[in-house]
Design a protein around this ligand. Sequence first.
Ligand code: KIV
Ligand code: NA
Length: 269
Amino acid sequence: TTRRLMPAEITAMKGRAPVVCLTAYTTPVARLADTSCDVLLVGDSLGMVLHGLPSTLGVTMEMMILHGQAVARGSERALIVIDMPFGSYEEGPAQAFRNAARLMAETGAGAVKLEGGQHMAETIAFLTARGIPVMAHIGLTPQSVNTLGGYKVQGRGHDAARLRADALSVAAAGAFAVVLEKVPAALAAQVSRELAIPTIGIGAGVDCDGQVLVIDDMLGLFTDFRPKFVKRYAELGAQAAEAIAVYAAEVRSRAFPAPEHSFADEVKK
Ligand code: KIV
Ligand code: NA
């Protein structure tokens, strides 16, 4: 019998092996990804890719819990990290602890992820001191799309100092890993050298200590828009649309169902 990877084991992979992280939101997809991935991230991206929301801001605790439970039922080896949704942690450490504890207790996730750098350090320290491992998320933080003014690359030019300060402060606060989203590759490489915890890149170049992608993006299931950092490893959306079109045509032409999909009156002995 296997047991799940723990946050400390993910941290210990730094300098030894790349950390493979992928989002998962459902039981069947968790089953497919569990053996290949070290971390299954129940990301609040589920609001956009599964529920059709215009951003991640409308994602609720209840949505995260439902999907977190589904991922836990479909996996046994990977560490499950669950996103804290917008509005569930920003008021302060006490609110963050209450909601992080609920996410972990009700889903079986082994850690939470929250967005923010220096201004979240106090909260990260509060959670980690009380038994909640935290993955930080800096650079482009989609829950702040309205104050950032869009989904732009972060840390360019003079802004690099701020990104570095964010990275150092979440690491000092006790985060076991940090996601770097949409950061210039050279800056992400520098931050990865400076930190003792793994950097998990998404649009942050090849020198991060690990990588993460949204599974619906890399499988070609979510195609509303396509960030530059997404590599399509499959075109399942196109395949599914094709299959549905053939099904519809066969129903209309009465080619489906065939005799082998139908039941006879007599039960075979
Ligand atoms: O919600 C999400 O999927 C994420 C990853 C892209 C890091 O936060
Ligand atoms: Na997220």
